[in-house]
Write a new protein. Sequence first.
Length: 127
Amino acid sequence: MDLSRLRGRKIVERVLARGKVWKGKHMLVRDLSGAPRHPAVHPEAPGIYFGSLASAKLEKSAVRRNRMRRRCREAWRLTLRDYTIPSAHQLLISPRSSSLKAPFAELQHDVRRFLSTLPNAVTTKAQ
């Protein structure tokens, strides 16, 4: 399954306001089911719409904040290859400072734990 980007300030604010919060060891996930309201998105199309949010309060260095975002995004991308999710979800990920130094396998474990909370997420590979 591919990751599509969350686009637009209003869409991100809507996920922040209405999304359900899941707290993992290395990231915080806000989940809002359904496709975003955007002209380029078909409303019934399944998929994961992904955005990341890391403030300067988390880490002063922009280089480190961006590295945290990239590591979390890559963990999601690699883990979602093994799953099928028949409905659309908007995810806004906030990495924690521990995501910078954590082994990559732990980031993927966080993603799998979140996906296990989704009612219709089905793994396509035996783990």
